[in-house]
Write a protein that binds this ligand. Structure first.
Ligand SMILES: Cc1cc2nc3c(=O)[nH]c(=O)nc-3n(C[C@H](O)[C@H](O)[C@H](O)COP(=O)(O)OP(=O)(O)OC[C@H]3O[C@@H](n4cnc5c(N)ncnc54)[C@H](O)[C@@H]3O)c2cc1C
Length: 395
């Protein structure tokens, strides 16, 4: 990429919004991704193997400490820094990126809503490099998560958890699970939604099946069963029926995070396309010398920096403690994931037949990108969420 091309991204990606310490860590992570994590991505994808080595590399930098508050032994870095880290790791390996991000998705509600006692018990598990899983989706409750059926029944000092979850990232390897269900004494509606932390090895918790996926093949996705799992009542976040509030708070953190992951995939696809069109020649010239190809790169580059800038904007709202950012989070998730799908599709197109042959980076990114439009709220839901905000009341 020419200097002018690099400059377009450099100012934002250099992390001018970050502290010196955060920038230094981002630089270290970039190096580890470039030298160790990205070179493994293709093999792990082909073999469908969990990225243990890559997670160990991240843990050797104490990376989970980034989002653990300083008073609990973490670095307590900004959410802006966290999002750039997700972006950079996913740029090298989308599966590793989402595995790391899922640790945050699972523990963020404990940080935001947990008691001091709960934080003292659970945060060290993740700080020490443990894995987290966020268990919301069920067969009956996908896009409409509130239609979940998992039951949380109080029994003295215990809560008995019964039900099944599907599509749970890291569900077979997690040390801690943040589980949503319905408080049995509050009926079957949204008002019954509640959340608790379940620990690895809880009796009655089992993996029903591991999914074989189109993309993100190195990240693990499983169906879980809870058969009368007895969890200490002390693991309940807030009170019975507080789950909806916790869920909305969790989504405001996880949606921008999934957007950062999609942006990392988009950036990787763009880089791959630029490298290819600069070396592939047809009709006696490089592909990059055709104006039609330049226009395609221009549109992708302009969209990339715009959505990156939106990501920084949303991150700053989170860092400023703004509670009401559902629409911004939806806009970011929608734009970032559509861009990932477009950039990855365009990259395959520019590679011609070579982009359609396995294994290649272009086809892996294409498969990885698709998921970003489906999970964390399918994009139709985000469009609806944004569109509804402009509906005026009629008397
Ligand atoms: C690989 C993978 C990992 C995942 N990880 C996790 C995880 O860690 N934890 C977790 O809890 N969940 C996880 N999920 C679940 C994910 O969030 C859901 O798949 C997603 O919310 C969609 O739910 P669904 O699959 O049941 O689709 P459905 O709800 O059945 O929707 C199917 C399609 O219908 C359309 N649609 C639905 N509702 C509307 C609407 N209102 N308007 C217009 N169109 C609509 C959309 O096109 C949507 O894609 C994961 C999923 C996958 C595939």
């Amino acid at each position: 990429m020419s200097n002018a091309g690099q400059l377009l991204f450099a100012r934002l990606e250099g992390g001018e919004q970050l502290t010196e310490e955060e920038r230094a860590l981002l630089g270290q992570v970039r190096e580890v991704v470039r030298q160790r994590i990205e070179p493994r991505a293709e093999r792990l994808d082909v073999e469908g193997k969990f990225p243990w080595e890559s997670m160990r590399d991240l843990n050797s930098l104490g990376l989970n400490g980034v989002f653990i508050p300083a008073e609990h032994g973490g670095a307590g870095f900004s959410y802006t820094c966290y999002l750039w880290l997700v972006h950079e790791i996913s740029r090298g390996c989308a599966s590793t990126g989402v595995t790391w991000a899922t640790n945050y998705h699972a523990i963020a509600p404990v940080i935001e809503f947990g008691t001091e006692e709960q934080k003292r018990r659970f945060l060290p598990v993740i700080l020490d490099g443990g894995l987290g899983a966020l268990a919301i989706t069920e067969q009956t409750g996908g896009s409409d998560a509130t239609a979940m059926r998992t039951s949380l029944r109080p029994d003295g000092q215990k809560v008995v958890v019964s039900g099944e979850k599907v599509f749970i990232t890291s569900g077979d390897v997690a040390d801690l699970y943040l589980v949503f269900g319905k408080w049995s004494e509050l009926g079957g509606g949204k008002a019954a939604l509640s959340a608790l932390v379940m620990e690895k090895g809880t009796e009655g918790l089992s993996v029903v099946r591991k999914e074989d996926k189109l993309g993100h093949r190195a990240s693990s996705t499983v169906a879980l069963r809870f058969e009368e799992c007895r969890v200490p009542r002390a693991n309940l976040l807030c009170g019975p029926g507080d789950g909806r509030r916790i869920l909305l708070g969790a989504l405001n953190r996880s949606r921008p995070s999934v957007a950062a992951q999609a942006l990392g995939i988009a950036r990787a696809a763009f880089d791959d396309a630029v490298a290819y069109v600069n070396q592939r020649e047809q009709f006696g010239q490089r592909l990059v010398d055709f104006q039609g190809v330049q226009f395609e790169l221009a549109d992708l580059a302009a969209r990339l920096v715009s959505v990156q800038a939106l990501m920084v904007h949303v991150a700053r709202l989170v860092d400023a403690g703004e509670p009401d950012l559902g629409i911004e989070a939806s806009a970011l998730k929608l734009l970032a994931s559509d861009l990932a799908a477009d950039a990855a599709g365009q990259n395959v197109q520019l590679h011609g037949g070579y982009g359609y042959i396995r294994p290649s980076k272009a086809e892996r990114l294409f498969r990885d990108a698709k998921l970003t439009q489906i999970w964390e709220g399918a994009n139709e839901l985000h469009r609806a969420n944004i569109g509804r905000a402009f509906r005026e009341r009629r008397e």
